[in-house]
Design a protein around this ligand. Structure first.
Ligand code: NDP
Length: 396
């Protein structure tokens, strides 16, 4: 039986993965090794009772007694803490879903690659913070990374059997998020609730807000550059409000291959789960005659400063991606907590990168996990200082 683990099992990606595993035979068809969550004990225990993993791991240490109680008598081992989550990635598995949100997803994915597994990578932060490290580790250990972000899965599918030397550009599409049509001057007053609604996709809160600010697309541009080995100039973004065409690859003979599908992550997850085969998946089929038309436009740089910041990060290279992501996570936390305005997020990230730009380490190639984690911590500290100064300036 195929051995599978799901990291971030209780999140939006994790639930879709759980749904597909259950539809494809559940515990009868898969030897489930590990399921992990952040703090949602009740849901993790329900999933564990259904999929019967060897171990269920909760990142929040205080939740261990509750998890133990919820799984008493099942024979499923339990563990808690961030280190236990990373430890679970050392348990041999053939296929692992990397579905934790944020930089916390990096270490488990990296550990899994060290065992030569197939890593279904939804956690885009891994490639943004440590792309060269992960790609080198996968190459050295004979591991396979399959992209799960819908745009990157689309590019991966469009590239099947193609020669990378014939690729001119790769275009990933963006819905434009919740505020695509808002007047620019209204953006500063956008609330957390308004930013947490996506026009087409049903996702976790953090990625939904990142879609409204385009920080999500900024991360994806860097992710595409790292994963497919493209130059920054080869990665383009197109606003496509319908979210049906996920990506386009343009070749040197003038041809373009695009990937269309309903906005349902179970396609990209299922593609990675069944790869290299194509299994039957429970996603809606597109009726293009009814849809009638698809629309496209160039992203407005004034509305989406995050895209410019991504270009600067790629130009710097090295650990700049780790700094960018960490600053973005701090700024996003502050917005969710009501401490800063929606438009301040980009300012905090830009200011953090500016302050770090004098440091020689910023452009250094990420040669180890420790280097990445150290830059992550530094950038969080600098972003927190930037936030404190912003708050002080507002008070005066
Ligand atoms: P969610 O917030 O819905 O879920 C995150 C998961 O990670 C949950 O299981 C959560 O546990 C767990 N988690 C949170 N913090 C920690 C931590 N510190 N340590 C261990 N586990 C933790 O996120 P999404 O599913 O939306 O996104 C997951 C990843 O996939 C992100 O990187 C995102 O960018 C990417 N992605 C998501 C898409 C989507 O459609 N949602 C599409 C493409 C990419 P708990 O539930 O207990 O909090």
């Amino acid at each position: 039986m195929r051995r599978v683990s799901v990291f971030g099992a209780t999140g939006s990606i994790g639930e879709s993965t759980f749904d597909l595993l259950m539809r494809q035979g559940g515990a009868e068809a898969y030897d489930v090794v590990a399921l992990t969550a952040g703090r949602n004990v009740a849901r993790l225990a329900e999933q564990a009772r259904a999929l019967k993993p060897d171990v269920a791991v909760i990142a929040d240490e205080a939740s261990l007694p509750a998890l133990r109680e919820a799984l008493a008598g099942t024979g499923i081992a339990t563990a808690a803490g961030q280190a236990a989550v990373a430890e679970a990635a050392h348990r041999p598995a053939d296929w692992i879903m990397s579905g934790i949100v944020g930089a916390a997803g990096l270490e488990p994915g990296f550990r899994a690659l060290q065992h030569g597994t197939t890593l279904a990578l939804a956690n885009k932060e891994s490639l943004v913070t440590a792309g060269p490290l992960l790609m080198a580790e996968a190459g050295a250990r004979g591991a396979t990374i399959l992209p799960v972000d819908s745009e990157h899965s689309a590019v991966f599918q469009a590239l099947a059997g193609e020669d990378m030397a014939a690729v001119e550009t790769v275009t990933i599409t963006a819905s434009g998020g919740a505020f695509r049509d808002w007047p620019l001057e209204r953006l500063a007053r956008a609330t957390v609730a308004e930013a947490s609604t996506h026009p087409n996709w049903n996702m976790g809160q953090r990625i939904t807000i990142d879609s409204a600010s385009m920080f999500n697309k900024a991360l994806e541009v860097i992710e595409a550059h790292e994963f497919f080995g493209l130059t920054p100039a080869q990665v383009e973004v197109l606003v496509h409000p319908e979210s049906l065409l996920h990506a386009l690859v343009s070749f040197r003979d003038g041809g373009m291959i695009g990937h269309l599908g309903a906005p349902d992550m179970r396609h990209a997850i299922g593609y990675a789960l069944n790869w290299p085969e194509r299994g039957h998946l429970p996603v809606a089929r597109l009726d293009l005659a009814r849809i009638g038309r698809l629309t496209f436009s160039a992203p407005d740089p004034h509305r989406y400063p995050a895209l410019r910041l991504a270009r600067e990060v790629m130009a710097t290279g090295g650990l700049a991606g780790a700094a960018f992501n960490a600053a973005k996570e701090i700024a996003l936390d502050a917005f969710i907590a009501g401490r800063i305005r929606f438009t301040d997020m980009a300012s905090v990230v830009e200011e953090t990168l500016d302050r770090l730009s004098g440091r020689e380490s910023l452009g250094k190639r990420p040669g180890s996990l420790d280097m990445v984690l150290e830059m992550d911590r530094s950038a969080r500290r600098v972003a927190a200082e930037t936030l404190a100064e912003l708050a002080a300036a507002e008070r005066t």
